[in-house]
Design a binder for this molecule. Structure first.
Ligand code: IPM
Ligand code: MN
Length: 359
């Protein structure tokens, strides 16, 4: 097959890990006889530096005309001034919204060989295999907001707003995923306090009863969810939740896997290209050192094969390559016991590419 892929390396460690995802996709394309073309474009801080805006029109047009988008990371201290008129994160939120990517899939599983890397007791994480489905284009990230001055002094507000239709479509995505897994869906909300959460819960219950009677639904409050993720993480199969709760809980869940650097994500809409990014962010403290873990990005490339190109065998080949090198003891600095033995970003990519080629 032929596919057009847009690369948005972005900021911080983004370019370093994106290069490894490209390496792996080229390796898979070679092995399976596909033609992938890669075009690079600007997003985030680097786009602000070069064009003055975080999501240039040209970038958006290229993405819209592509089959899939690979994103490294955006943001960093250079652009952190809270009074700056534009911020890199606006580019990321903008591209999610413009491409209609309302469903963010964040799988979290624990590889046996890395169980000792998590800060939790090993027996607690042994059977962790969950998928968090985070709503990505609504909620408090996109609600009405303001900041100003009135009689009470300075004020600011952001509003958490969801329509039933937005809730229905994300619940369907999560329920379909649950159906092909352990058939349990956990919906996370704050229905004891928030009106928007009561709509979330009522809508979820209705969709599940009407359309997914074969999938078990449990509703839990976000504060309890935060606790269970640490106390009994293996109890979760598929979690569905709103934009901000999903943001927070997936950082927490990432710790279970041993390093945030391991975790991929896919952002999908009803049609058009998907966007694939690691969940780790720009990691400015290690940017430019060539030591970032590329596995989250590489596993995101596997998700790209699976969800945007419909290439399941290729996705599985990448995932097996990652498993093989981890089982063989390959570690970047975030996971290494002895950091003097740690692999660089590019070395880890090379090992995985070699594992794919020799499979
Ligand atoms: C994420 C990130 C982003 C988010 C930031 C960078 C805007 O934390 O993808 O989880 O909050 O969605
Ligand atoms: Mn986040």
């Amino acid at each position: 097959m032929e596919a057009k892929i847009v690369l948005l390396p972005g900021d911080g460690v983004g370019p370093e890990v994106t290069a490894e995802a490209t390496k792996i996709l080229r390796t898979v394309a070679d092995a399976f006889g596909h033609t992938l073309t890669f075009t690079e474009a600007l997003l985030g801080g680097i786009a602000i530096d070069q064009t003055g805006i975080p999501l240039p029109d040209e970038t958006l047009a290229l993405c819209k005309a592509s089959d899939a988008v690979i994103l490294g990371a955006v943001g960093g201290p250079k652009w952190d001034d809270p009074n700056a008129p534009v911020r890199p994160e606006q580019g990321l939120l903008g591209i999610r919204k413009e491409l209609g990517l309302y469903a963010n899939l964040r799988p979290v599983s624990v590889r046996t060989a890395l169980a000792e890397a998590t800060p939790l007791k090993t027996h607690l994480v042994a059977d962790v295999d969950m998928l968090v489905v985070r709503e990505l284009t609504g909620g408090i990230y996109f609600g009405k907001r303001d900041r100003g001055q009135d009689d009470a002094g300075e004020f600011a507000y952001d509003t958490m707003y969801y329509t039933a239709a937005e809730i229905e479509r994300i619940v369907r995505i999560a329920a379909v995923a649950a159906r092909s897994r352990r058939k349990t869906l956990t919906s996370v909300d704050k229905a004891n306090v928030l009106g928007v959460s009561r709509l979330w819960r009522a809508t979820t219950e209705r969709v599940m009863a009407e359309e997914f009677p074969d999938v078990e639904l449990e509703n839990i409050l976000v504060d309890a969810a935060a606790m269970y993720l640490i106390q009994q993480p293996a109890r979760f199969d598929v979690i569905v939740t709103g934009n901000m709760f999903g943001d927070i809980l997936t950082d927490e869940a990432s710790v279970l896997a041993g390093s945030m650097g391991l975790l991929p994500s896919a952002s999908l809409g009803d049609d058009g290209p998907g966007l694939f990014e690691p969940i780790h962010g720009s990691a400015p403290d290690i940017a430019g050192k060539g030591i970032a873990n590329p596995i989250g990005m590489i596993l995101s490339a596997a998700m790209l094969c699976r969800y945007s190109l419909n290439l399941e065998a290729e996705a599985a080949a990448i995932e097996r390559g990652v498993d093989a090198v981890i089982d063989a003891g390959a570690r970047t600095a975030d996971l290494a016991n002895d950091t003097s033995q740690a692999l660089s970003t590019a070395e880890m990519g090379d090992r995985i590419a070699a594992a794919i080629r020799s499979a």
